[in-house]
Design a protein around this ligand. Structure first.
Ligand code: COA
Ligand code: NAP
Length: 280
């Protein structure tokens, strides 16, 4: 992690960052980058043991004296559970300065075989979960003149095969973000999205990218490498920092230029994966 070598280690001291889906992967990487710069960090997800393990890692970073971590189970589809998690975070860590909405579900599925409930499940977690989180966090963010950061995906604006549910959900998140940037700007609350490219070592990449086309995928990325969770963490830190104080309503793409070459390679690999699983 480079972030504490590049920025003052107390940049987010006495600030609270809440990350939905923060128990693993990209979202945990984002939480770690804020912890490394002194923030109090709260994470939620559905699995308490996973959150507890992540909290140990976050506490080990311990960048600022007295920096605290709160790990609380909540399903983002359950607005009341999320509200309770936000209240507990406020009690333990103080009012939220940054909400990172990253909880998501994903799987490859041919549209004609995807059930209505399968489509709805991803909409419920990604899009309605992001609305629940934004609405639940509003009072605290209004108080701190804080910011919202959504973890979107390339499927939001570039169609990927077997991702109809995810494309619809993430496009919805980006438009929700733009609506809130307009409505909540008057309170000094900013809202932006990050679109990660293919991120090494994550559940999302494991589920979606065929390992047999990995080398070709990497070669197709203009910067010739997969992204890291720290690439996304550093983008989130920038968006939450005073450097971005006039940036709101933006979709920030952090993908090594991958979007410039389209989704064709991914689509071919995904079709092979579904064939191998007998699902296409
Ligand atoms: N292909 C097609 N449909 C699928 C599916 C798949 N691989 N996996 C789940 N579904 C469908 C189910 O069949 C069900 O629909 P049905 O009632 O019509 O049968 C619906 O989706 C809900 O499934 P369920 O397992 O009850 O959902 P859940 O709420 O327990 O889990 C998921 C949500 C499905 C998104 C699960 O994969 C998950 O928990 N993901 C979190 C981690 C993750 O996806 N990480 C990557 C983020 S990029
Ligand atoms: P991940 O580790 O599986 O992250 C998803 C997290 O969300 C998990 O910790 C999961 O924990 C939590 N979650 C899922 N459903 C939830 C629910 N209903 N309520 C609360 N929490 C829930 O996968 P990842 O690949 O790092 O993905 C993280 C984010 O990056 C996602 O928004 C994804 O769409 C985005 N993204 C990833 C990539 C990539 O290359 N990996 C690329 C573009 C965008 P529990 O299961 O314990 O609840």
């Amino acid at each position: 992690m480079l972030v504490q070598q590049l920025l003052p280690a107390d940049l987010f001291r006495n600030q609270t960052v809440f990350v939905t889906g923060g128990g693993s992967g990209i979202n945990l990487g984002v939480a770690k980058n804020f912890a490394a710069l002194g923030a109090h960090v709260a994470i939620c997800g559905r699995t308490q043991e996973k959150l507890d393990a992540a909290a140990v890692e976050l506490r080990a970073i311990g960048a600022a004296p007295g920096a605290k971590v709160c790990a609380v189970a909540a399903d983002v589809r359950d607005a009341a559970a999320l509200d309770a998690a936000f209240a507990r975070s406020q009690d333990e860590l103080g009012p939220m300065n940054v909400l990172v909405s990253g909880a998501a579900g994903n799987f490859l599925a041919p549209a004609e075989k995807l059930s209505s409930n399968g489509f709805k499940t991803v909409i419920d977690i990604d899009l309605i979960g992001s609305f629940n989180a934004s609405r639940g966090a509003f009072a605290q963010l209004q108080q701190t003149r804080g910011c919202l950061i959504y973890i979107s995906a390339g499927m939001a604006y570039m169609p990927h095969a077997f991702q109809a549910h995810v494309g619809a959900a993430k496009a919805g998140i980006d438009m929700l973000m733009k609506n809130l940037a307009i409505e909540w700007g008057r309170y000094g609350v900013r809202a932006n999205s990050i679109v990660p490219g293919p991120i090494e070592g994550t559940e999302g990449l494991k589920r979606l990218a065929n390992p047999t086309v990995k080398d070709s995928l990497v070669q197709a990325v203009p910067l010739r490498r997969m992204g890291t969770v720290d690439d996304i963490g550093q983008t989130a830190v920038f968006l939450a920092s005073p450097l971005a104080s006039y940036i709101t309503g933006c979709v920030v793409v952090c993908d090594g230029g991958q979007n410039l070459v389209g989704s064709a390679l991914f689509n071919r690999g995904a079709e092979q994966m579904l064939h191998a699983a007998g699902a296409a």
